[in-house]
Design a protein around this ligand. Structure first.
Ligand code: MGD
Ligand code: MGD
Ligand code: MO
Length: 644
């Protein structure tokens, strides 16, 4: 969430976060740093799409529940009407789950075997190339590396629809017909962020963009390639002007590791790892200072994480709640929630700046992160530099004042701070419809070349090829994942688990709240299973099951539904980790990250691969232990307070 004062604590250099790990590295490589992530992060608005698009082919769907969330929040929840306005647009959702396509879209569901999107995209591109449907003039003018890609598509094992059908379970005719249709109308190819949160997650981005390049519609309104529609509420929104943000400063420490490699770092001090053409060395970590995240939510293979966290001497955590990470800390500094402090809130593309006024006084000894850091700065003798002698209230006024000035200089009057605070919100000036991504470049590639070595869209990249990574060659390629329904491991663990974002919360936040709890059965998270897979295991709706693989196990409650493809099960993330009864399961509550693998997407981006895992499920008939995840830890001589 983009809360302004909170970002004062945001001093660490975070290279790739969980959401965008692959796109933050891959798109800048193939479109250039300026044309990369930012362009497709925002994309065109739903309004532009409604007016200019005939067909959306959505890999990973357009998942409605994800759209209630955006960095900075959403002050106007209008996504329902925005999507309904697409009634003339044909939407095809290629996904393992039927309900990944928002119901407003009336999409056609093409069920797929998870992890095989790249094969489908390559086969569609093969159809365009071999049937003369590719836009040759676009490819010649704007694209670099077509010869290498076409050699890959047609040489060796030809990437035909029949080839892709074997892998993806989507009939060859369906792939062929859809590719032809895409070439015949105004088409937008979209990929959800989830597609990159798997092994070789870079490939679906690159293959999707390659497919769109051969369609030749990039840079035109409503067409081309889109990333993250259905992943986050601000994709498809207008663009806002500058917001009253805090200067982020410069971190003097340039060392970093990709966020998802933290366990490797703890396990292998002094060794090094690949990342984006560099070798990064792992320091000998003695102290961890953790603010605003819960690795027992986000990280993979939680038993391995637990062992690794025994390594540092000291762990300090700021937290409002007794999360798994807080329970693993030596020092917990209780932090306030947004409702316990004054702040401002706004997001890109959101029409309002909100006065986020304190609702309740801080519970117990909770303090604002800013005040905790301010006191630490004082002990380190840099209070003046860190705070500029302003408390939170003074910062809010200062940031607002600077921002008001900057709008004045552009000829816009915005109300004074006191008026804003009194009113509770103001409408933001300067909202505008974003241009189609790469529109400048397509209009005049000589005047606006991309920031890539060739100045063009690199569907083959000499740079990436030059890294020599077996797990990320120089063009989009089908690389068989270690864990998918086609691998040998599927003999022992025949179900493909989708561990996607939870519909009833943001990650693990407020999992103890009434809304989240109402989505559980017998106090466990629900796992969605196809009736065929239920029948072969003797499972009925509401049964408690044990989900397991070689890495761990968890309890969950069955929801039988035809909305998942046969062979696929879905257990969203978010249930607080509960290791209190290891005799029964690694987690008795339903946290899928006891099952997922802690490996990077590839040597290029080293992102998280938590979206997929192979598992087996069996009915659990033993005693049903009470969930202890929300209980505070016990201390010698005192009892910790629990937020209620
Ligand atoms: N309600 C809610 N909304 C959220 C969040 C939340 O926690 N709760 N989190 C926010 C954050 S931080 C992020 S990063 C975004 C994430 O946005 P996404 O990554 O797009 O969201 P997910 O729900 O994880 O995945 C979307 C769908 O992708 C499909 N999928 C998974 N694997 C495959 C595959 O191999 N092929 C195909 N074709 N489809 C596949 C799944 O069926 C899944 O439902 O969501 C944001 N929105
Ligand atoms: N298996 C699997 N794992 C995944 C994913 C997946 O698709 N599958 N998705 C990944 C993605 S995209 C993401 S973004 C991550 C999310 O992972 P995280 O961001 O780590 O998850 P949250 O539960 O949102 O953790 C935020 C924590 O901050 C605390 N907090 C809230 N407000 C404040 C505050 O003001 N101050 C302080 N100090 N703390 C505060 C909350 O109590 C909470 O514990 O998960 C990743 N993990
Ligand atoms: Mo995310």
């Amino acid at each position: 969430m983009h809360r302004f004062l909170n970002s004062i604590g945001g001093y660490t250099r975070s290279v790739n976060n969980y959401s965008n790990a692959a796109s933050e590295v891959t798109l800048p490589r193939i479109l250039g740093p300026a044309g990369g992530h930012q362009v497709f992060r925002q994309g065109m608005s739903w309004k532009t799409i409604a007016a200019n698009t005939d067909l959306i082919v959505a890999f990973g769907g357009v998942r409605r529940s994800n759209l209630a969330v955006a960095p900075g929040g959403l002050s106007e929840h209008r996504i329902g009407s925005e999507l309904s306005a697409l009634h003339n647009v044909e939407v095809v959702s290629i996904s393992p789950l039927a309900d990944d396509a928002a119901s407003e879209l009336n999409a056609r569901w093409v069920p797929t075997i998870p992890g095989t999107d790249v094969a489908i995209m390559l086969a569609m591109t093969w159809v365009l190339v071999t049937e003369g449907l590719a836009d040759r003039s676009f490819v010649d003018r704007y694209v670099a590396g077509a010869d290498m890609v076409e050699k890959y598509l047609t040489g060796g094992v030809a990437k035909t629809p029949e080839w892709a059908a074997e892998l993806s379970g989507v009939p060859a005719d369906e792939i062929r017909t859809l590719a032809r249709r895409m070439a015949s109308c105004r088409t937008l190819v979209t990929t959800s962020w989830s597609l990159q949160r798997i092994q070789y997650g870079e490939q679906s981005l690159w293959a999707g963009l390659t497919l769109a390049a051969y369609l030749g519609q990039i840079g035109l309104p409503g067409r081309g390639f889109g990333h993250g529609y259905g992943s986050i509420g601000d994709a498809g929104k207008p663009l806002s002007g500058p917001l009253p943000t805090l200067r982020q400063g410069r971190n003097e420490v340039s060392d970093f590791i990709p966020c998802a490699r933290i366990v490797d770092m703890l396990e292998r001090p002094g060794e090094s790892g690949d990342f984006n053409g560099h070798r990064l060395s792992y320091p000998d970590t003695r102290l961890i200072y953790w603010v605003g995240g819960n690795p027992f939510h986000h990280h993979q293979d939680l038993q391995r994480l637990t062992r690794a966290l025994a390594k540092p001497d000291t762990i300090v955590v700021h937290e409002p709640f007794w999360t798994g990470m807080a329970k693993h800390a030596d020092i917990v500094l209780p932090a306030t929630l947004t409702i316990e402090r004054d702040d401002m809130g706004a997001g890109r593309g959101d029409p309002y700046l909100i006065a986020m006024k304190q609702v309740v006084p801080p519970v117990g000894q909770a303090r604002d992160d800013y005040d905790i850091f301010g006191d630490l700065a004082s002990r380190l003798g840099v209070y003046q530099e860190f705070t500029e002698r302003r408390d939170s209230a003074a910062w809010l006024r200062k940031l607002y004042g600077n921002w008001q000035q900057s709008w004045r200089r552009r000829g816009h009057e915005v109300p004074d701070f006191d008026v804003f605070w009194e009113t509770g919100n103001i409408r933001l000036p300067g909202l505008r419809e974003p241009d189609p991504p790469l529109a400048d470049f397509v209009a005049d590639p000589d005047k606006h070349p991309l920031n890539t070595p060739s100045g063009r869209i690199e569907i083959f990249s000499e740079t990436v090829a030059g890294f020599g990574y077996a797990d990320c060659p120089g063009h989009a390629a089908w690389l068989e994942p270690e864990e998918w329904l086609g691998s040998e491991l599927a003999q022992r663990f025949p179900l493909h688990l989708i561990a996607n974002q939870p519909a009833r919360k943001l990650h693990s936040q407020l999992d103890m709240g009434a809304h989240s709890m109402a989505g559980k059965t017998h106090g466990r998270e629900r796992v969605r299973v196809h009736p065929t897979d239920c029948a072969s295991r003797g499972l009925s709706d509401g049964d408690v099951v044990r989900i397991f693989n070689d890495r761990g196990s968890c309890l969950a409650a069955v929801e039988s539904t035809v909305d998942v493809r046969v062979g696929v099960v879905q257990l969203s993330t978010g249930a607080w980790y509960d290791p209190s009864r290891p005799d029964i399961a690694t987690c008795i509550h339903g946290n899928p990250n006891v099952l997922t693998t802690d490996r990077g997407t590839s040597s290029l981006a080293q992102g998280c691969t938590g979206q997929h895992a192979l598992v087996e499920i069996s009915r659990y008939t033993g005693e049903l232990p009470a969930v202890a995840a929300f209980d505070p830890p016990s201390f010698a001589g005192c009892v910790a307070e629990r937020r209620s």
